[in-house]
Write a protein of this length. Structure first.
Length: 274
């Protein structure tokens, strides 16, 4: 009887160990997603504005990043809109750093940053933030972002313009700001996806198919450099039928080639860890 009990106990123990081991193999937890960042900035050649009119920030700790593009029309009034863009992005970074809790409220960040920005001028803006498996965004104007998966663009942010080359913009004075028109989106993402955030210096000079072809470059910083080089080359090619040229024709304007502009690019590769 004792021997039979011992054999039965051993059999139950072996069966339990097998089931427990199998359960451990089957129970794969969902990966924790995060964005791995890189960026590159090429200001256009203008000795009077060596810093250009673009600005950006990255907060790896808060999984949030943003770009801004100072509106060049202010130059006619002797105002460097790049100062506004840089102050706006600095204020966005400060507000993000002080956010409590897991989710960054991009609408609140943009509103608070605008209220704290005292420089004259105006700019477009685009921010993205990762919350679990959802990419959240807030943007005003024609700075934007695109999400790529297996070299294909699976999402492109809207372009906010009142007319050709007349984007919605954030400003302190004079007149009202377009903050109330900010577009906010939520895009599901997965490990391996690539998020490209840029000013119009990128998207006016490169189609999403062109960006997608380069999107498998593993290091975000290297990819940002490659995309900036592509946009710069296209901007100086007077035979390139650029997105800007296509938009100009659609608006009844004449333009050939690329558009020389400041080029700001942030690349965020979505990676997972268990």
């Amino acid at each position: 009887m004792t021997d039979m009990k011992r054999k039965l106990d051993d059999q139950i123990s072996d069966e339990f160990q097998f089931q427990f081991s199998s359960a451990k193999k089957m129970a794969t937890p969902n990966p924790i997603l995060k964005m791995k960042f890189g960026s590159f900035y090429i200001p256009k050649d203008n000795p009077s504005k060596p810093l250009g009119e673009d600005a950006h920030f990255i907060s790896a700790a808060k999984q949030t990043a943003g770009v801004a593009d100072g509106v060049g029309g202010w130059a006619a009034k002797g105002i460097d809109a790049g100062v506004y863009a840089r102050e706006l992005m600095a204020n966005c970074a400060a507000v993000v750093a002080n956010e409590r809790g897991g989710r960054v409220d991009l609408g609140k960040v943009l509103a608070m940053a605008c209220s704290r920005t005292a420089a004259r001028g105006s700019s477009t803006a685009c921010m993205v933030s990762l919350d679990g498996a959802v990419l959240r965004s807030a943007l005003v104007g024609d700075s934007g972002y695109a999400v790529f998966r297996d070299k294909k663009c699976i999402h492109r942010s809207p372009v906010q313009q009142r007319g050709f080359n007349h984007p919605y913009q954030l400003k302190r004075e004079p007149g009202p700001s377009d903050l109330g028109y900010a577009s906010r989106e939520e895009v599901p993402v997965a490990a391996g996806d690539v998020v490209v955030v840029g000013t119009d210096g990128l998207f006016d000079n490169a189609y999403t198919d062109e960006i997608g072809e380069l999107s498998e470059t593993p290091e975000p910083g290297d990819l940002a450099w490659e995309l900036a080089a592509l946009a710069l080359y296209n901007s100086n090619d007077d035979k390139y039928d650029s997105p800007f040229a296509v938009a100009a024709r659609a608006a009844g304007r004449q333009h050939t080639g690329g558009k020389i502009d400041d080029i700001t690019i942030i690349v965020a590769r979505i990676v997972g860890s268990h």
